[in-house]
Design a protein around this ligand. Structure first.
Ligand code: ATP
Length: 306
C-alpha cells in the first residue's frame, strides 16, 4: 500500500507546487498588467531589516499625469508601531499600500524601509518582509487548511489551527463537517467577507511578517463581526510595524498616529483624542460616522422590537 501511496502523495505534492506556482504567476501577471516597468535594479541586493521603520519621504504619485493622486506625502511608521491612514473615498489611501509593495513606483520622493529605498532592493525580499490583509481576500479552490497555510506552505497542522484560533476563525471551521479539509472557493463552500478576511489574518499570522499592511474592507460588517475582526487584527499587529488603511474610523482609535489624507495631501495628523480636539476634518468624519452608526443601531433595535 505504502508503495502506491508514496508516489501518489508525491504527485499530489508536485501538483500543489505547480498550482501554487500558477497562483504566483497569476499574481505576477496581475502585477505586470498594472505596470510592466517595475523591475529589480541590476545588482539589487536583499532588503536588510532592522526594526523595521517604514517611511514615505515627500512622495508624489499619479496613475495619469493629468490627475495627481499623492502630492508630497511624508510620514514614518516607527518600529513596532501602528499608523493609520484615513480620509475621504478616493483620497489616495490604498494607493499608499500599492506603492509599498512596488505595484507602482513613486514619481517623486521615496519610500524607505530601514533607510533603504525600496527601489534599490529585490522585489522578492521586499514582498517577503510584508504581510498584507487586503480588502478582498482571494481564496484558492482548495481546503481551508491549504488557504491558511498559503502564507507558509510547510506549516504543521497544529500551527494552522493555532493561527486560525488567533484569527478567531477556528471555532467556525471546527463546526464544519470536514473541518480544516472543507473545500472553499468558487467550487466549494462560499465564505462571507468577514470569514474570508479572518482566513487572510490567519494566513498572515503564519507568515509572521515584520511589516504589516491592513487594507480594511470597505463593506459594512455587523458590529459583532467587526469586533471579532478587530480583535484578530490587534493580535496580528502587536509588535509589528503596521500601516492601517482605514475606511471605518472605529478601527483607528488606538493607532499611535492617525494621518488624515485629503486630495493626496496630509490635511491633519495626530492621535484620536488630539484630532478630535482640533475639531477639523477628522472630527467631522468621526461625528458623521458615529451618527450613521447610531442611526443604524436604532433601526436595528426598532426591527427587533416593533
Ligand atoms: P477608498 O476609500 O474609496 O478605497 P482610496 O482613498 O483608497 O479610496 P485610492 O484607491 O488610493 O483611494 O484611489 C485614489 C484615486 O486614484 C481614485 O480617484 C481612483 O479612481 C484612482 N485610481 C486608483 N487606481 C487607479 C488606476 N489603476 N488607474 C487610474 N486611476 C486609479
Amino acid at each position: 500500500m505504502m508503495q502506491i501511496y508514496r508516489p501518489l502523495n508525491q504527485i499530489g505534492f508536485v501538483y500543489r507546487e505547480i498550482r501554487q506556482g500558477l497562483a504566483d504567476i497569476e499574481a505576477m501577471f496581475r502585477l505586470l498588467d498594472q505596470d510592466p516597468e517595475i523591475e529589480d535594479k541590476a545588482g539589487a541586493g536583499a532588503l536588510k531589516l532592522d526594526g523595521p521603520v517604514l517611511a514615505f519621504e515627500n512622495v508624489h504619485f499619479h496613475y495619469d499625469p493629468d490627475r495627481p493622486i499623492l502630492k508630497g506625502v511624508s510620514f514614518t511608521v516607527p518600529a513596532g508601531k501602528t499608523i493609520a491612514v484615513v480620509g475621504p473615498s478616493g483620497a489616495g489611501k490604498s494607493t499608499i499600500s500599492r506603492l509599498i509593495f512596488r505595484f507602482y513606483d513613486a514619481i517623486e520622493g521615496r519610500v524607505t524601509i530601514d533607510g533603504q529605498d525600496i527601489r534599490d532592493v529585490t522585489q522578492s525580499s521586499l514582498r517577503a518582509a510584508i504581510g498584507m490583509v487586503p480588502q478582498d481576500t482571494v481564496l484558492f479552490n482548495d481546503t481551508i487548511a491549504y488557504n491558511i497555510a498559503y502564507g507558509r506552505p510547510n506549516a504543521t497542522d497544529e500551527e494552522i489551527r493555532a493561527a486560525a484560533r488567533m484569527a478567531q476563525i477556528g471555532p467556525f471551521i471546527e463546526t464544519l463537517p470536514n473541518g480544516y479539509n472543507t473545500q472553499v472557493g468558487e467550487r466549494g463552500l462560499k465564505l462571507s467577507g468577514g470569514e474570508k478576511q479572518r482566513v487572510a489574518i490567519a494566513r498572515t499570522l503564519l507568515k509572521a511578517p515584520p511589516i504589516l499592511i491592513l487594507d480594511e474592507a470597505t463593506s459594512a460588517l455587523d458590529t459583532h463581526t467587526e469586533r471579532e475582526i478587530q480583535s484578530a487584527l490587534d493580535t496580528v499587529s502587536r509588535g509589528r510595524t503596521t500601516l492601517v488603511i482605514a475606511h471605518r474610523l472605529s478601527t483607528v482609535v488606538d493607532a499611535d498616529e492617525i494621518i488624515v489624507l485629503r486630495e493626496g495631501m496630509i490635511a491633519e495628523r495626530g492621535t484620536h483624542a488630539g484630532l478630535l480636539a482640533q475639531n477639523g476634518l477628522y472630527a467631522q468624519m468621526w461625528n458623521r460616522q458615529r451618527e450613521a452608526a447610531e442611526a443604524s443601531e436604532r433601526l436595528r433595535a426598532a426591527e427587533d422590537d416593533p
